[in-house]
Design a protein around this ligand. Structure first.
Ligand code: HEM
Length: 231
């Protein structure tokens, strides 16, 4: 089936707003942590645990606002009625997308910048650095591929790449979901378990995105088959 012409699956309208609500809920912890860090940078005291942010504030001052905007605005890109424009006007999805692509790139690139140039804090080791380089670069690549797909009017591929990029971003919220049970059941994290839990959050978020991508493609195929069956 040509993905560009595949029929769209319409989710149950009752659940339409549940998706952005759940995604924003998942983002709350990193967003609040970011706001606290910004507050600290605008007049807090310099301590050994935050000195790296004061020494080089530019990337973190780019990172926190861009990740916040990316996660909150990005959550609404999954609402299908927002993709339809009215009376020749561009849709909400299109306008937001023009903001989100550069915002997502800045979020990932500033993260990569900090990963490479900041001194590693006590619980961050080389494994976490490698994972950040891999997933941060993948986020950049997925946004670029999503942008190329939309320029080619291949909206299915566009949605797939952008969903994968968003999954890498939202994994910052998934970290809380995987880390809290670990701490409760196993105990405090070490450098190794912290890196593995953060890596697992990225893998888990991407697996969920792949599941929805597969379900959508599979559902579209079944719908097409039913529509061409003789009556
Ligand atoms: C889009 C979702 C993301 C959110 C919500 C997010 C959130 C945050 C927050 C709140 C901080 C400040 C941490 C603190 O104050 O201690 C931070 C720092 C950082 N982020 Fe992100 N981030 C995201 C994506 C990424 C990505 C994709 C990378 C991969 C390279 C990354 C790498 C970093 C690094 C290296 C730091 C500095 C960590 C430190 O030195 O303690 N972030 N992020």
């Amino acid at each position: 089936m040509n993905p560009a012409t595949a029929p769209r699956i319409r989710p149950n309208p009752r659940f339409r707003w549940l998706v952005p609500a759940a995604l924003i809920f998942l983002s709350l912890v990193p967003i609040i942590a970011g706001a606290v860090r910004l507050g600290e940078l605008s007049g807090g005291e310099i301590r050994p645990d935050n000195a790296r942010f004061f020494d080089s504030p530019v990337p973190v001052l780019i990172h926190i606002p861009t990740v916040t905007l990316y996660l909150v605005l990005g959550a609404f890109q999954f609402v299908s009625p927002l993709r339809r424009g009215k009376r020749g006007r561009p849709s909400w999805h299109k306008v937001a997308g023009r903001i989100l692509a550069p915002t997502g790139l800045l979020a990932a690139l500033s993260g990569l910048w900090m990963a490479v140039f900041y001194d590693l804090p006590p619980l961050d080791g080389p494994l976490l650095l490698i994972l950040r380089l891999v997933f941060g670069s993948a986020m950049v690549a997925f946004i670029v591929l999503g942008f190329i797909a939309v320029r080619r009017h291949n909206y299915v591929r566009h949605s797939e790449w952008m969903s994968r990029a968003y999954a890498i971003g939202i994994a910052q919220g998934t970290i809380v979901v995987v880390t809290i049970p670990w701490i409760v059941l196993v105990g405090p994290v070490t450098e190794l378990t912290r890196a593995l839990l953060i890596g697992a959050s990225w893998v888990l978020s991407l697996a969920v995105a792949e599941y929805f991508i597969y379900r959508r493609a599979h559902g579209a195929e079944q719908k097409l088959r039913r529509s061409v069956q003789p009556v």
